[in-house]
Design a protein around this ligand. Structure first.
Ligand SMILES: C[S@@+](CC[C@H](N)C(=O)[O-])C[C@H]1O[C@@H](n2cnc3c(N)ncnc32)[C@H](O)[C@@H]1O
Length: 230
């Protein structure tokens, strides 16, 4: 069981500029069609079979930013259902653009905090969970706002089926250490890396996001951490 509850609203800004007209239109037309049904009227675990009738398995990306990684995965794996959670309006607008352009039928979006969504998903319902470059919250007094926490690892253990993966990327050394420390305390996961290349080199099925490209330009190559659910 997770030993702590998250604090609400750990994200900062929700919008930095007005949506482009096309994104605004997609927000009104496409977003309601692909929204994950999560509100006070929905009781019990979300019905993933109803959400993805054709999917062989389901993956969740927490904090998808501009959605580049999620859209790439969805385009390359049409038989997998992808759920993305992101509170930032401009990020959701960008993902909707990619879903529309790529005619991606296998993407569903939760426009909001990923954590209530995680709590509403059924046990062992995910084959993979991604958290790529979570907000670092560098100040010590803000560490409790970090997405990776013992609560998070507890929920991830409940949600990811045995043999499934938790993938975390970060370009912040302290956050990488933080994640490995939490993983070490989470007995349901094992870190798959056997040598430095396993976490330093990007796996082939892990496309670069714009955030990652920026961190590389600024001299902060990321770590690609893959944990297997035992
Ligand atoms: C540094 S950005 C990285 C975005 C993206 N994963 C990438 O690699 O480009 C962190 C993202 O996490 C999102 N985020 C923060 N708190 C969140 C929460 N509680 N639930 C879902 N997403 C969250 C932010 O809005 C932001 O888009």
């Amino acid at each position: 069981m997770p030993d702590e509850k998250y604090i609400p609203r750990l994200y900062g800004r929700q919008q930095d500029k007005p949506l482009k007209p096309r994104q605004q239109r997609l927000m009104e037309t496409l977003a309601p069609r692909i929204a994950v049904p999560l509100n006070e009227t929905v009781e019990g675990p979300i019905d993933l079979q109803a959400l993805f009738p054709q999917a062989e398995e389901v993956h969740l990306e927490v904090g998808f930013g501009g959605g580049e990684h999620l859209a790439w995965q969805a385009a390359h794996h049409p038989k997998i259902g992808y759920i993305g959670a992101e509170p930032f309006n401009n990020g959701v607008g960008k993902l909707l653009g990619l879903v529309d352009e790529g005619r991606l039928e296998n993407v569903r979006v939760h426009h909001g905090d990923a954590r209530p969504l995680m709590e509403a998903l059924p046990d062992a319902s995910l084959a993979r969970l991604y958290v790529l470059h979570p907000d670092p919250w560098p100040k010590k007094r803000h560490h409790k706002r970090r997405m990776i926490s013992s609560w998070f690892f507890g929920e991830a253990a409940r949600l990811i089926r045995p043999g499934g993966e938790l993938r975390v990327a970060s370009d912040i050394r302290d956050y990488i250490r933080w994640t490995l420390m939490h993983a070490q305390n989470a007995s349901d996961f094992e870190w798959t890396a056997e040598c430095a290349a396993d976490w330093k080199d990007r796996p082939e099925d892990w496309p670069q996001t714009r955030y990652e490209a920026k961190s590389r330009r600024e001299g902060r190559p990321p770590a690609y951490l893959v944990f297997r659910r035992k």
